[in-house]
Design a protein around this ligand. Structure first.
Ligand SMILES: [Zn+2]
Ligand SMILES: [Zn+2]
Length: 367
C-alpha cells in the first residue's frame, strides 16, 4: 500500500468545534490491518466527550463504531477473529479495544472490556492513524478484534444501533435472558433502548412497553416490536408514567425493566415498575453523573434483582453482526440510519445527535 494522507476529525478541546487534521497513513505491519472507513456511527458517548462530560485524554479522534473496507493486511493476517478468510476490500467491524492479556481484568476476570491498558492510545490524535473512526483510514493494531461482515448484510443494518447492540447483547446475557411471554419495560428509545426492544422481541417477550420521546424514535420502537408506547412528551410526570405501566400490567409491573434512558432520574422511576421477583437491568447510565433519591424498600419488599452492565466483549460485537444478518429483512434495521454526514461535517453530526433529531446518524468519509 503506498503512503497516503488521511483526514480525521479531532476534538481538541471540549465544547469547541472539532477540527479536521491530516496525517499520513502507512502500510500495515505484521499482525495489523489498515481499513478505509466506510461508515462511522455517531454515538451519544461522542456527544458526552464533546460536551466535556467525560474527560478528554488530550486531542482525540472520536468514533468507536466503525465499518471499514480492508485496505492493507499486515504479515500473518489471513482471517478475521472468528476464522473467516479475509481479503483486501472485505468489510469488517472492529472492537476499538486492544486487550493486553496481562492485567487482572484480562486474565483473572476474563473481561476484556475492562482491560486496564486496552484503550489509552487508540483515540489519541497522534501521528499514527487512530483506531477511532471519524477518519478516512483507521489502524487496527495486532490483537484488536474484528469480524468480517457477510456480503448479504448491509452496513447500515449492522451500524443501525452502533455500540448499543453489542452492549445490549452483553446486558441481556448478564440479566439471564428474557423469557417467552414475559413483560418488559424499556425506559428510553435512543439506540440502546431500540436495541433492547428488538432483542426483547426476538426473545419472545409477550408485552414490550417503551417509555420515551421523541415521536420519531417511538415510531421506530413500534416497528421493532414495542406493543405499548408511553410518550414522555404527553405523559410528563414520573407518577403518571408509573401508573400507566401498572395499568398495562394488571397492577403488577414488568418482570423485566431495562434502563436505557441515560438519565439518572429514570432509575428511581424504574424501581417502582419492576414486578415482584422481577429484574432490573441498568445499561444507560454509563458515566452519567448525578444522584437520585430512591426508596430501597422496593428492592427488599419486591425481591428485586438489579443488574448493571458496562461495555461489551468481542463476542457481542460478533453477535451484533449476526443479529443484523438474521433480521435485517424482517425488521427495518437499516432505516434506523436517518442521518448521513461527511467527515468534514462531523461537528454538525454531533449537534444533530445532541438535539435528538436522529434515530441513528453516521459519518461517511468522502460523502
Ligand atoms: Zn488487560
Ligand atoms: Zn457508541
Amino acid at each position: 500500500m503506498p503512503d497516503r494522507m488521511s483526514k480525521r476529525a479531532v476534538l481538541v478541546q471540549a465544547n469547541q468545534p472539532v477540527e479536521i487534521w491530516q496525517h499520513p497513513v502507512s502500510a500495515a505491519q505484521a499482525g495489523e490491518v489498515v481499513v478505509r472507513v466506510l461508515m462511522s456511527g455517531v454515538c451519544g458517548t461522542d456527544v458526552h466527550f464533546w460536551r466535556g462530560e467525560v474527560d478528554l485524554p488530550g486531542p482525540m479522534v472520536l468514533g468507536h463504531e466503525g465499518i471499514g473496507a480492508v485496505e492493507d493486511l499486515g504479515e500473518g493476517v489471513t482471517t478475521d477473529f472468528a476464522g473467516a478468510p479475509l481479503s483486501i476490500g472485505d468489510r469488517i467491524y472492529w472492537v476499538p479495544l486492544s486487550p493486553c492479556h496481562r492485567c487482572h481484568y484480562c486474565t483473572v476476570e476474563k473481561d476484556l472490556s475492562l482491560c486496564e491498558n486496552g484503550m489509552a492510545e487508540l483515540f489519541r490524535a497522534a501521528d499514527r492513524p487512530p483506531s477511532a473512526c471519524y477518519s478516512e483510514y483507521s489502524w487496527l493494531p495486532a490483537g484488536m478484534p474484528f469480524y468480517r461482515i457477510p456480503d448479504d448484510t448491509p452496513s447500515e443494518a449492522v451500524i443501525a444501533f452502533g455500540c448499543a447492540m453489542p452492549t445490549m447483547l452483553q446486558g441481556i446475557e448478564r440479566l439471564g435472558g428474557i423469557n417467552i411471554n414475559q413483560t418488559v419495560v424499556v425506559q428510553g428509545c435512543g439506540p440502546v433502548g431500540l436495541a433492547a426492544v428488538l432483542l426483547a422481541k426476538l426473545s419472545g417477550a409477550r408485552q414490550i412497553i417503551v417509555i420515551g420521546a421523541p415521536e420519531r424514535r417511538l415510531a421506530m420502537a413500534a416497528r421493532l416490536g414495542a406493543t405499548d408506547i408511553i410518550n414522555m412528551e404527553e405523559v410528563s410526570t414520573a407518577e403518571e408514567r408509573v401508573q400507566r405501566v401498572l395499568d398495562l400490567t394488571q397492577g403488577r409491573g414488568a418482570e423485566v425493566v431495562i434502563e436505557a434512558a441515560g438519565v439518572v432520574a429514570a432509575f428511581g422511576e424504574g424501581l417502582k415498575i419492576v414486578a415482584k421477583n422481577g429484574r432490573y437491568l441498568v445499561v444507560g447510565l454509563w458515566s452519567a453523573p448525578g444522584t437520585v433519591a430512591i426508596e430501597p424498600r422496593y428492592i427488599n419488599n419486591n425481591n428485586l434483582r438489579i443488574i448493571g452492565t458496562a461495555l461489551y466483549q468481542p463476542e457481542h460485537l460478533y453477535g451484533a453482526i449476526q443479529v443484523a444478518q438474521k433480521n435485517h429483512r424482517e425488521f427495518p434495521l437499516a432505516e434506523a440510519v436517518t442521518h448521513r454526514f461527511s467527515l468534514e461535517d462531523s461537528q454538525k453530526a454531533l449537534e444533530a445527535v445532541a438535539r435528538l433529531e436522529t434515530v441513528k446518524a453516521v459519518i461517511i468519509p468522502g460523502l
